[in-house]
Design a protein around this ligand. Sequence first.
Ligand code: M6R
Length: 455
Amino acid sequence: MKDGLSLEQAVIKIAPRLDGSYAFLATSVDDPGKIIGTRRNNPLVIGIDDADYYASSDALAFATYTNQVISLEDNEVAALEAGSVEFLDAEGNKLAKQARTLDQSWAKSDKEGYQYFMLKEIMEQAQVLGRTLHQDAKAFTDIALDILRARQVIITACGSSRYAALVGRYLFSRVGKRFCDVVMASEFGYFADSVDKNTVVIAVSQSGETADVVEGVKAARDAGAQVISIINRPNSILADLSHQVIYLNCGPEIAVAATKSFLSQLAIFYLLSFSMVNGFDEAAAKLTELSTTITGVLDWNKSEMIRLSQELKGKHDFYYIARGINFAIASEGALKLKEISYIHAEGMPAGELKHGTLALIEPGTPVVVICPADYTFAETINNAMEAKARGAYMIAVSDRASDIYDSWIRIPEVDELLYPLVAVVPLHLLAYYAAISRGCDPDKPRNLAKSVTVK
Ligand code: M6R
């Protein structure tokens, strides 16, 4: 600007010299009354309401004021002034950009009487499942065929989305007889050498903005892979990068902890895996029936979750164990507990316990075992007994009784592949009440963000 450039010209000149990914807004006392924004690999959206303008990384931030949104592409510039907004390309040429209308469900996000968004989102899971199941059966069958035909299939995701993917991996194998790998998105780049045009990469991300996932997908595309994304939030960076997108349709998830989006991701993996054997309708019917069951699980367990969280609020370590298709639910339960209540928690395959972690079990150590009456029950309960023998306080998520439980989180008997959906719901509730009992804000855990747009 010392050379006489306007603020927007200065931003256009400086931005290409910046390393990494960013979205920023600039103001200057030397060119007052303007806000100039630009982005690279991070989201930046402009909201427009008559003569009022908003800029944010996420349209949810201004959704109560306007539902008219313009997304910037990489290196584009927005120049906001009182009563006007202008868009420029990286050379400073004017751009005509069209606003899109934010879906009504995304414009409305209040707690509807709940104390926290997280509880609201847990409680609305049964309804959400119904919305997720509204999918195009033909599109699912086509995607399932692509997955079956590929030389290799890699699923990439982070956090809870990765745990949903791990359940998906078991389903692909058991239902579709299709082995696939799940690679943590932050590690994906280290496997990029083996990705080629005969690879299908499935990216799972509630936000569609997680930087590690976005970067992995770009690398996969560059290598010629077919990219299929499973996303909740509309108009995300990931959607733009994907060849096919499956939407969760579970509405805005405001709490940092993923709950309803996790359940929806599981439902999508059921639909996909059953589509591999021409069973989309069968899976959709089974999942529809499950909606009322999920409400029942919440009702049955609420008071026990409150009691348990009070009793165990002083504990420092929790271990979550399960086998097979339920293993990822152990990891998800542990992630949710540590994320919002700040209690150390680990999830692991029950068979791994004796390879190290058993040394940490002391009298009173809480161990959560997910042991529904399915093909994993007998071996999982044996592992639980090993922990019980060392004095563990045994919390069981099961539909089958056992003398070794100190606390029994009851779930109904369902088809054996459906247990992850009913087992995870009370574990989300347990984490929620644990956070409340320790005076933590479950919606805004310290140090964490809803969309992790940095690497
Ligand atoms: O938006 P994404 O699904 O890509 O987010 C991935 C993780 O950051 C996310 O699942 C995180 O682990 C949650 N806060 C867990 O509750």
